[in-house]
Write a protein that binds this ligand. Structure first.
Ligand SMILES: [Zn+2]
Length: 384
């Protein structure tokens, strides 16, 4: 219906303009949606005519996009009039006649949906509370409705799979499964060679060649990111399925806030790369939310010592001093165990993960502490 189309268009337009406005007036470090809302809510309503909750959603969108951009180390892109967010106050789904009601610029509208069998099945009996109104490239409008399934209760188990992320390989599990960085590195190298050649063409050449090269460069960076995201999906899915099959929990290192905590301590280049890279951050996030969906508990353990400690005898090798690392290998100077360094890391994470689960704690703490200075508190290990 033409009136509905005009209303939808006007809403998308106002939503994007409001986002762009908020993004330009609120100082760029601010990522909290509440802070953004406190600063510009009134203006968004009066300047762009947004309803109360659309204005709230716009603030939240700006905050969320800023957080993502920060992680990827890129500036926030301009907001286009192609989508707007809806919550329970401004959106409702009615199953009996297959409609959604949406607050648009001029009030509330009931809009008929064109649902397939799959969507009808997914929405059956559900009361969704959030959605996105979208305009696709072909010019048609879509509503993306988020359906929440109640996640199953996480399995209580003493079994733990330890996962070491992003040292020399992308991920290694304590069960010996490994995703090497080789394929990714080779794809990266290929992209970077192409990029170098395009970059030189983008500075020389005619005007149109230069523009074309810039466009290809932009697409390349997207391809590379999508490739890595796909890899992370595959890896996290495999690990969660394994945990599910063996009735185990998954333990990973807690690297949040590592920047502040460990800045005083000497850190290798690898460690810095691991805590700053969005790809590794994403893999941890995927593990967490896939775990949640499948009912697999995912626990985070303190990353201190995991790479220095021998999982066999629990001897901690000082970072500087004994040489226990050689390339990808680990050789314990105490008991003589030797093998893959990442596998040793994963085994340590598994050990720490299992000890976190035990109510009485574990003897592990004391063995580790005995080697360290007596002033270290027990809680530093395995906490988190
Ligand atoms: Zn040892």
């Amino acid at each position: 219906m033409p009136e509905q189309v005009a209303q939808i268009e006007a809403t998308l337009q106002a939503f994007a303009t409001a986002c762009n406005y908020a993004n330009s007036v609120v100082k760029s470090q601010t990522t909290s949606k509440t802070t953004i809302q406190n600063l510009v809510y009134q203006e968004l309503r009066s300047l762009f005519g947004l309803s109360a909750n659309l204005a709230v959603r716009a603030c939240a969108r700006v905050g969320a996009n800023r957080k993502t951009a920060k992680l990827q180390g890129k500036p926030v892109k301009a907001f286009k009039p192609t989508s707007a967010d809806y919550d329970a106050r401004i959106f409702a789904f009615r199953e009996k006649d297959c409609t959604v009601s949406l607050t648009l610029m001029n009030g509330r509208y009931h809009i008929k949906m064109n649902l397939g069998q799959y969507q009808t099945g997914k929405l059956k009996g559900k009361k969704p509370t959030s959605a996105q109104l979208c305009k696709h490239r072909d010019g048609s409008y879509y509503i993306h409705i988020q359906v929440k399934d109640t996640p199953p209760d996480p399995i209580k188990s003493n079994q733990v799979i330890g996962v070491d992320i992003g040292r020399t390989d992308i991920a290694v599990t304590s069960e010996g499964e490994k995703w090497s960085g080789k394929q990714i590195t080779s794809v990266r190298d290929r992209y970077s060679r192409t990029r170098a050649s395009l970059q030189s063409k983008a500075t020389k050449g005619t005007r149109s060649t230069r523009r074309r090269c810039r466009q290809i460069l932009q697409r390349l960076s997207g391809n590379e990111r999508r490739f890595q995201t796909h890899q992370n999906h595959v890896i996290s899915k495999t690990i969660i399925n394994q945990a599910l099959a063996s009735n185990a929990m998954v333990a990973i290192e807690d690297l949040t806030g590592i920047r502040d905590r460990t800045n005083q301590m000497p850190r290798s280049k690898t460690e810095r790369r691991r805590s700053n890279s969005w790809a590794f951050y994403q893999l941890r996030q995927f593990l967490e939310y896939k775990g949640l969906g499948a009912g697999v508990g995912v626990i985070a353990i303190n990353p201190r010592y995991t790479s220095q400690t021998c999982h066999k005898c629990l001897h901690i090798h000082p970072i500087r001093g004994e040489s226990y690392r050689k390339g990808k290998g680990f050789k314990c100077g105490h008991c003589g165990w030797h093998g893959d360094a990442d596998l040793n890391g994963a085994m340590m994470i598994k050990l720490l993960g299992s000890s976190v689960n035990r109510p009485e704690g574990s003897k592990l703490f004391c063995s580790l502490r005995a080697v360290e200075s007596p002033y270290h508190s027990c809680t530093q290990l395995g906490g988190g």
